[in-house]
Design a protein around this ligand. Sequence first.
Ligand code: C5P
Length: 217
Amino acid sequence: PLRGRLAGRHVLVTAGPTHEPIDPVRYIANRSSGLQGFAIARAAAEAGAKVTLVAGPVNLPTPFGVTRVDVESAAQMAAAVEAALPADVAVMVAAVADWRSADAAQQKLKKDGSGQVPPLALVQNPDILAGLCAHVQRPALVVGFAAETENVIGHAQAKLARKGADWIVANDVSGDVMGGTRNAVHIVTASGVESLAEAPKDDVAQALVERMIDALV
Ligand code: C5P
């Protein structure tokens, strides 16, 4: 039913975690599998869109017809998103690391036998979603995600305003959503909240892309 309905549109999707280097062999990461973002990229491509998928480090095949750009860090993801513009729709599903090491070491950090631990100072990463919302080439529809473990809808409503997105898709990750194959999401917009029934991530992707098509006309 979605076939061809995104023809001529460019949909930009971010997915997966980011890896923030500590030294050449160590990094900070999170439990994002990339499954939900990849499913959205696939559904958008099936609907006829030109799709750019900016993927953090994940072990997933590239959906048919999707242009994939692999990145590791949040800084690389931000640059890849910028380079992919203009886009009609942006769906930022990636679980971007909030913090990175303030000074990633050029050589592997070594134990020195004294029992002293190295300091790990963190600095905040750029917010890719907020940056895109304020961009001169802001896509017509910008969708963010909010992975929360409590007060899911409340946090999403605050995020909607703070970041300037059109929708925040909120999900409760207190269970096994991250890495799991099912998801239950709430679409939070300025006009209200629509809660979708728990379903396979592929079905959630279909439902979200359907609503994107409706929002674009
Ligand atoms: O603030 P929080 O990380 O909860 O926001 C989540 C949303 O913002 C997601 O859509 C995520 O992809 C995006 N985000 C981002 N860049 C960051 C942090 C989050 O694009 N540095």
